[in-house]
Design a protein around this ligand. Sequence first.
Ligand SMILES: NC(=O)c1ccc[n+]([C@@H]2O[C@H](COP(=O)([O-])OP(=O)(O)OC[C@H]3O[C@@H](n4cnc5c(N)ncnc54)[C@H](OP(=O)(O)O)[C@@H]3O)[C@@H](O)[C@H]2O)c1
Length: 267
Amino acid sequence: MAKRILVTGSGPLGRAVADRLAAQGHEVRTMSRHAPANGEPSAYTWMKVDLLAGEVPQRAVGDVDTIVHCAGSRRGDVEAAQNLIAGARRAGRPHLVYISIVGADRIPYHYYRDTLAVERLIGDSGLPWTVQRSTQFHDLILSACRMLARAPVMPVPAATHFQPIDVRDVADRLVELALAATPGGHVPDVGGPQVLSARALARSYLRASRRRKLVVPVMFPGAAFAGYREGGQLAPEHTVGRTTFDQFLAERFSAQGARKIQPAPGT
Ligand SMILES: NC(=O)c1ccc[n+]([C@@H]2O[C@H](COP(=O)([O-])OP(=O)(O)OC[C@H]3O[C@@H](n4cnc5c(N)ncnc54)[C@H](OP(=O)(O)O)[C@@H]3O)[C@@H](O)[C@H]2O)c1
């Protein structure tokens, strides 16, 4: 039976989840503060809503069976979750599915502390709930590589590994959870198909982007990097994702190359 589902956030993950749910015939609403980067979707409704603005409007949360909470930003996630939960409770008893981060309870990083606080709010909300933790998305590793490659040599965290996962693989899992007959509570982590050193990931990025640069492992200071070195962000026993970082990069860079050689409109 078709469900009415709110997906918060129109980033790569929210969008992939909403696309899949709409393709299966569900009635989907999405929300963010700014219009989605790739334009407004045609297969479902997008609404301009700020979860930090106080009461979440009924047009967003009213009558929904399920909320998949994929909105997040560097600041305000706890307050945003409080507002979302309050709105959801006023609207009924929707199943709340939340995407969290592997290591949220292990790595002392302020963003992870907020993520863990959101997990707890959801668990205590009185609503049916499911929390799915994931390892870092390929897009995040790519952004980090782009930033680090701006320096004359490319510094990467020494003795540190990541297990990046494709956002489409995470979206598949969230859709499964959103459509499940019963809420899952804390479900097993999902991680990408390979655990790779930061150095190997940087080299993959340089190869795919056809750049030459010296990659220099650096002992970054601080408790968060120490936590990464201990591997708190990894889920090697849950290699759920199928797309490797190299496959993701090949796809991303071939798409960019194709865009560059597109003829200009009207020519
Ligand atoms: N990236 C990773 O490696 C990773 C790993 C594990 C879990 N996650 C979780 O997955 C979530 C989604 O990932 P993503 O890559 O799609 O993130 P993203 O690109 O940062 O997108 C986040 C979305 O949330 C919206 N948003 C942020 N604050 C909002 C607010 N106050 N009200 C309404 N909308 C708001 C943003 O749009 P506006 O700014 O326009 O509002 C954006 O559309 C993240 O937030 C993170 O917690 C990420």
